[in-house]
Design a protein around this ligand. Structure first.
Ligand code: HDD
Length: 684
């Protein structure tokens, strides 16, 4: 994998440096800069007396503490972010005047925040949910925010329904249960009342909702946007992020165990990868549709519950993003970062997608309450690197000291400045809205072209591999199994009949319902790009391998294998029954403090002591059940035997010693998960 070298600091880094506070070697002061003698004892008359009101340090310290929290995001409350850089491969001037998309020599700083949607700030990472993938490009023409998700479709078509949808998926209002889960009555009630959710629900029940890593997720801008070129010609565009590591997911059973083992699983993964120098990378891809083709599809380009299948309009790779720097302070940077779909730059414009139109209002409104007023663009992480000059003034937390006597336009006192393009006659680089002609009556009504809710849900189902279909069926069974009202389950199954009869029948069987009556025939079309089975499986880079060792492990046999795997980019951790050392080997973790679910593969290097260790045996069997590659060196053969695995798919035994072993084991890891193993009756 190629890594972007950050030898020189980019413009955003230099800007942020001005705000950094280094406490090394400093003395304690109040907020007013007064040196403090003692911060461990409050001021009191006599050693046993009451605390005095005049203790300004005590009062300031407690007051500041009481005010440390800001409201969490209503949605996407839990997230983590990183800085990085974007560079376009070749000029897209044919389509857009956006500077950062036209100059391949330009490195544009970015900040990306990944998130879950439904859970609170402290909820677990690995829940079944959509993942947010929001990117702020600090371009020379101002900030551009691509506020995307890891699923290309949304549950609703009109933003006016967003509060309804979110209320339904959030914990139920009477008892605030369940946290970060869609498996409850109100969510599925919303689904059954609102068939426009069906395509989205297929994605939500698929493995896309439980990504292995933020680094292995696609991102989708969802809406059709517009690119606008120098002649004012517009092209519809859908934005895609494609991870270089491929798109991979966890297993549901794994997810349930990770939540207890490491609720910060995805956050930690991103943080540690960047700290290690394994910088995650994505390609930006565009689906471009000329304005003249607006009505060329059997769905409406403005409908956010639809994709444009990649086989119809290919995704053109146009640039690369690398995340190469962790924030230094979670609150200051990741919590205070403020995205807004209306943050666009010249050359990027909106479409009339009614969901997008609502978003353009909602994000700024949200920032006003979350970040305490209108000056949040002055917070370091949000500050553009482009200069900011206008007559907007005052408000909470104004940090600028404007020097001009005027704060109005048109003025003569300040030479008319800051001057708009139109007044100065200089229109270079100004944002000009795309001049779309719009005629119509004021009505509350959706276009009939938004009415088909099932065709693309069926397309998604048809495109899945058999194991992906199994996972979807199991997900529906799990979720609906948590719904108390029988009629809601029945209604959902009725909708599934419209998607695919086999799907509906399999779900119904799990719910103890009779086989549903046949629905409309399946159209039989599929889109291979939708299946994760077709994702990149060429690398073991950043894959985590648990190596099970004990005191008598043959270090001489293990070390070259470990080094060879690390040479291919894998991350190895040595697990033993105790911390410290195992023979000459340094142990990374105690076996009992780390579940197999935290790793992608397991290598058995010792079978002596471990072959009789129930925890080690469970570790191997659980990894196998979850489809992970299992390798055993000569010394690990006894543990492999003790694990009594029912088949050998993705299991590499000691007979393939030396280089062939490393090669075979690496190939088994690249597969990601061996889903064809027959584990239905296999207890971990
Ligand atoms: Fe949204 C946050 C993505 C529809 C209203 N949204 C938010 C974030 C992401 C998305 C990634 C987290 C940003 C961050 O990390 O801070 N939202 C989407 C996508 C949508 C979408 C891809 C549909 C295609 N959102 C949507 C609608 C509305 C909102 C229809 C309201 C009408 N979204 C919000 C919000 C949030 C938000 C309430 C919460 C915190 C924030 O904005 O800053 O305004």
């Amino acid at each position: 994998m190629q890594h972007e070298e950050t030898v020189e600091k980019d413009e955003k880094q230099r800007q942020l440096d001005q705000y950094r506070v280094d406490l090394q070697g400093t003395r304690l002061t109040t907020d007013q800069g007064v040196l403090i003698d003692d911060t461990d004892n409050s001021l009191r008359p006599g050693e046993r007396g009451p605390t005095l009101l005049e203790d300004f340090h005590f009062r300031e310290k407690i007051t500041r503490f009481d005010h440390e929290r800001i409201p969490e995001r209503v949605v996407h409350a839990r997230g983590s972010g990183a800085y990085g850089q974007f560079r376009v491969y070749e000029s897209l001037a044919e389509y857009t005047v956006a500077d950062f998309l036209c100059d391949p020599s330009l490195v544009t700083p970015v900040f990306v925040r990944f998130s879950t949607v439904a859970g609170s700030r402290g909820s677990a990472d690995t829940v079944r949910d959509v993942r947010g993938f929001a990117t702020k490009f600090y371009t020379r023409q101002g900030n551009y925010d691509l506020v995307a998700n890891n699923m290309p479709v949304f549950p609703i078509q009109d933003g006016i329904k967003f509060p309804d949808f979110v209320h339904s998926v959030k914990p139920e209002p009477h008892n605030e249960i369940p946290q970060a889960q869609s498996a409850h009555d109100t969510f599925w009630d919303f689904v059954q009342c609102q068939p426009e959710t069906m395509h989205f629900v297929m994605w939500l029940m698929s493995d896309r909702a439980i990504p292995r890593s933020f680094r292995m997720m696609q991102g989708f801008g969802v809406h059709s946007f517009r690119l606008v070129n120098a002649e004012g010609r517009a092209t519809f565009v859908k934005f895609h992020w494609k991870p270089l590591l491929g798109t991979h997911s966890l297993l549901w059973d794994e997810v349930l165990r990770i939540q207890g083992n490491d609720p910060d699983f995805n956050r930690r993964d991103l943080w540690e990868a960047i700290e290690r120098g394994d910088f995650p990378e994505w390609e930006l891809g565009l689906q471009l549709v000329p304005e003249s083709d607006e009505h060329a599809f059997d769905f409406d380009l403005l409908d956010p519950t639809k994709i444009i299948p990649e086989e119809i309009v290919p995704v053109r790779p146009v640039g690369r993003m690398v995340l190469n720097r962790n924030p230094q302070n979670f609150f200051a940077e990741t919590e205070q970062v403020a995205f807004c779909t209306a943050n666009v730059v010249p050359g990027i414009d909106f479409s009339n997608d009614p969901l997008l139109q609502a978003r353009n209002f909602s994000y700024l409104d949200t920032q006003l309450i979350r970040l305490g007023g209108p000056n949040h663009a002055q917070i370091p992480v949000n500050r553009p690197v482009a200069p900011v000059h206008n007559d907007q003034r005052d408000g909470y937390n104004q940090r600028m000291i404007h020097q001009s006597e005027t704060s109005y336009s048109i003025n003569s006192i300040n030479g008319g400045c800051p001057m708009s393009g139109i007044l100065s006659g200089d229109m270079s680089g100004v944002f000009q809205h795309y001049q779309e002609r719009v005629d119509g009556r004021k009505i509350r009504k959706r276009s009939p072209s938004f009415e088909d809710h099932y065709t693309q849900a069926t397309l998604f189902w048809n495109s899945m591999s058999s194991w992906e279909k199994d996972h979807i069926v199991n997900a529906f069974r799990f979720e609906l199994g948590h719904v108390k009202r029988r009629y809601i389950k029945e209604k959902v199954v009725e909708h599934l009949v419209q998607v695919d009869h086999e799907l509906a029948t399999r779900v119904a069987a799990g719910l103890g319902m009779p086989e549903p009556a046949a629905g409309p025939p399946n159209h039989g079309r599929s889109s291979p790009a939708l299946s994760q089975a077709n994702s990149t499986r060429e690398t073991i880079a950043t894959r985590k391998i648990a190596i099970l060792v004990a005191d008598a492990t043959d270090a001489g046999a293990l070390t070259p294998v470990k080094e060879a795997l690390e040479g291919q980019g894998a991350v190895c951790e040595l697990l033993a029954p105790h911390e410290g050392t195992a023979g000459t080997l340094t142990v990374d973790r105690q076996l009992t403090s780390a579940g197999s679910v935290l790793y992608d593969a397991v290598l058995l290097a010792d079978g002596g002591a471990l072959a009789g260790d129930g925890y080690a045996i469970h570790f191997v069997r659980e990894a196998f059940k979850h489809g992970k590659a299992v390798g055993a060196l000569q010394g690990g053969g006894a543990l492999l035997d003790a694990a009594r695995l029912p088949d050998r798919q993705g299991v590499v035994g000691p007979e393939a010693a030396g280089d062939p072993f490393v090669q075979d084991f690496a190939e088994a890891i690249k597969v990601h998960r061996h889903f064809d193993r027959d584990v239905a009756a296999f207890p971990a």
